[in-house]
Design a protein around this ligand. Structure first.
Ligand code: IVH
Length: 685
């Protein structure tokens, strides 16, 4: 292999892998409200992808995450309570994102590209979700989420419950749009999570996710109860008053909109940096979450001259505050055993305030990580909130001599840190799989956290969704000897449950109803619920489409399994091993007797992508490359909907030769885009 292809090949692969990873993150962030990556990490990966795409222009793809903003549009595969039933409406002006920056240098670079001497408005960057409010003749008539930037969900009924958003305004132009951020204040967020904890419901990771989940609820009363608020930061429309952004916001404030008092006109980078320094500290006293500062060119004519890239305005940029981190004392390292037996070292810390919450435990990942940073109890360590979910240790301060506190047990200076060699929960000897950083407890059937973890996974919402069987109840029934594996769930009797202190008749009835209902859960979710290592929700679905019964799956070889999309040799091996274990076969037999769905429907044509999710598409005319029916099937396979006539809800028209004149006229009137078959094929390629 020559030197070029030695570099090129891996880089091209990296490019494709980054696209996939970023697309998945967009989905987790905007649709599931459960990001697994910090914004910073996301931006770094996005920069790398941009760099690689610039290096390999032949790999340009209009679908790349560098070319479009993430989407929150309602999609059919979401959990049932959220995000269905909203009308998807096209934005009058696309809702773009902002370019991010992290340093004075990056801000200086941006300012240098502006015409000299322009004023810059600094604002807080609110960390909620953006909303577009349409007013006609003084009435709020539409409230759209960002969606995919081109069209969003109309959540007006929920928006009307927010006291800080006016439903009527006076003295305004006849039509205009206000954009802003919907937020759940810290206080409300904490109260909501406390309530969810009591009801054993999954917690929201941060106020942004909570606000987003709330705005997509179907019940405005519940939305009202949760207490959302909003700040507005952008006015759009024709013939609006004012020549600068600042003037417009001041006018909007007079009209009754909630405009932050923290906006400031700055004349140079020094003033911008002073604003940033002030708010980086002061924001901790605000009632809502902020994650940076937004810088906007004040003069509207200059804004217009500067214009837009495909994803962002050139006249604005965000500065993101550094991930908050703190130094604190590491008191002790303990070890936590997960559902699959992985033993994770946990840092027990002197409690510290971090992004508005108190942190006292953080992950230390694995043995290699601890060794590479040479971390020991007694050290002062840096703790950070990465994806804002599980805090992590990212480094340690220079070691000082002497015991930091009487209650901290130190290792002798000379002793090396050692990972335990037996399971802290069951005493089994730990194993370290070659090529993996993790130590694992092999005692699957006898190690309490593994047993309980498997049951918790089995009953969880995306698996068998058994209400009334939360973590604490599982622990209780396990300790009473009533639950040892997932099959035991189906042997539970009303009197077993009702006789437990804390439970009673009502809980017993709820639980048994939930257990009974779980017998209807479809095969793909049953497969996911079994908890086979590395077989996640999506992989289980893909497997279940090919192997539509447990009997066929049981006899599949590793080689056959790897033919399924997303199933690599490791997953295939885990599946084969699972069915080789006689204990699993016994459990499966009991589950079959209990009446679980071990068979799926016959093969469904699977969706190829979700690219056209939420779009209504009209086909018109005759085509050269495929028949109309083939195009219809393609639209459906990519998540789109075929509709017969053109309306304002039509996303675009797939237009062939001799398109009907009526349709063409209607499309022109409504401004619906016509797409040629070549453009369409390129788009879904
Ligand atoms: S201006 C065309 N101003 O940040 C520019 N956005 O990362 C429109 N955001 O989608 C946005 N505070 O949801 C603007 N003061 C502020 C903001 C703000 C928060 C959000 C907004 C946007 C995202 C981009």
């Amino acid at each position: 292999m020559d030197l070029f292809s030695q570099i090129e090949e891996p880089e091209r692969e990296e490019l494709l892998a980054l696209r996939k990873e970023l697309e998945e993150q967009n989905y987790k962030y905007y649709v599931l409200n459960a990001p697994t990556m910090s914004d910073r990490e996301f931006d770094e990966k996005m920069h790398r992808l941009q760099e690689l795409e610039a290096r390999y222009p032949d790999m340009f793809d209009p679908k790349s995450p560098t070319q479009h903003v993430g989407s929150d549009l309602a999609v059919s595969h979401q959990p049932s309570a959220v995000s269905k039933g909203f009308e998807t409406v096209k934005h009058k002006y696309p809702m773009l994102s902002l370019a991010n920056s992290y340093s004075r240098e990056e801000i200086e670079d941006w300012v240098r590209k502006l015409p000299s001497g322009v004023e810059i408005v600094c604002e807080l960057k609110y960390d909620g979700l953006s909303i577009s409010l349409w007013y006609e003749n003084g009435e709020l008539v539409r409230a759209l989420t960002r969606g995919d930037g081109q069209q969003g969900d109309d959540v007006i009924e929920n928006i009307k419950t927010i006291p800080s958003i006016p439903r009527h305004v006076v003295g305004t132009p006849s039509t205009f749009e206000m954009r802003g951020e919907v937020l759940l204040p810290w206080e409300r967020f904490e109260a909501l999570n406390k309530e969810r904890e009591e009801q054993e419901e999954p917690l929201f990771a941060n106020p942004r996710n909570a606000a987003s989940g709330t705005l997509k609820l179907q019940d405005p009363k519940e939305v009202a109860r949760r207490g959302l608020t909003a700040y507005l930061y952008y006015m759009l429309g024709e013939n609006l008053p004012g020549k600068t952004h600042f003037e417009r916001l001041s006018t909007a404030r007079k009209w009754g909109f909630n405009i932050s008092d923290a906006i400031k006109v700055c004349k140079n980078v020094d003033e911008v940096m002073a604003y940033i320094a002030y708010w980086d500290t002061e924001r901790k006293n605000l009632p809502v979450a902020t994650d940076g500062i937004v810088l906007k060119v004040n003069d509207l004519a200059t804004q217009e001259e500067l214009g837009y890239t495909a994803k962002t305005p050139r006249w604005a940029i965000a500065y993101k505050f550094p991930a908050e981190k703190q130094l604190t004392l590491l008191k002790e390292i303990t070890y936590q055993v997960g559902r699959t037996g992985v033993v994770t070292p946990v840092a027990n810390l002197e409690p510290v305030q971090l992004s508005g919450t108190i942190v006292q435990r953080a992950t230390l990942h694995n043995e290699d990580f601890i060794r590479s940073l040479d971390i020991r109890p007694g050290d002062r360590v840096w703790v950070e909130k990465g994806g804002e979910i599980i805090p992590k240790i990212t480094g340690r301060a220079e070691r000082e001599i002497g015991r930091p506190r009487a209650d901290v047990a130190l290792l002798p200076e000379s002793a090396e840190y050692a990972f335990p060699d037996v399971c802290p929960e069951c005493g089994a000897k730990l194993v370290r799989v070659e090529g993996e950083a993790a130590w694992r407890c092999p005692n699957e059937a006898g190690c309490p956290p593994q047993i309980k973890g498997k049951i918790e996974h089995f009953v969880s919402r995306k698996a068998m969704n058994i209400d009334g069987l939360g973590e604490e109840t599982i622990d209780l029934l396990y300790r009473q000897g009533l639950l040892h594996n997932i099959a035991d769930i189906y042997d539970l009797k009303a009197e077993d449950i009702a006789s437990q202190e804390r439970l009673g008749e009502k809980s017993a009835q709820n639980m048994l109803a939930g257990i009974e209902a779980s017998k209807q859960v479809p095969w793909a979710r049953v497969l996911f619920a079994l908890g086979i290592r590395m077989v996640g929700e999506t992989t289980a679905k893909k497997i279940a489409r090919v192997y539509n019964s447990i009997d066929s799956l049981q006899w599949a070889t590793a080689e056959q399994l790897t033919a399924i999309e997303d199933v690599g040799p490791q997953i295939a091996e885990n599946i084969v091993r699972y069915f080789e274990d006689i204990r699993n076969l016994e459990i499966l037999e009991r589950l079959r007797q209990a009446g679980l769905q071990f068979e799926g429907e016959s093969l469904q044509p699977s969706a190829i992508s979700h690219q056209l999710d939420g779009m209504s598409i009209v086909i018109s005319g005759t085509f050269a490359h495929h028949s109309r029916d083939e195009y219809k099937a393609m639209i459906e396979a990519h998540g789109g909907k075929n509709v017969g006539s053109v309306s304002k809800k039509t996303s675009f028209i797939l237009a062939g030769e001799n398109m009907g004149p009526e349709k063409r006229k209607k499309a022109e009137e409504l401004g619906v885009r016509l797409m040629t078959e070549e453009e369409f094929l390129e788009m879904i390629k």
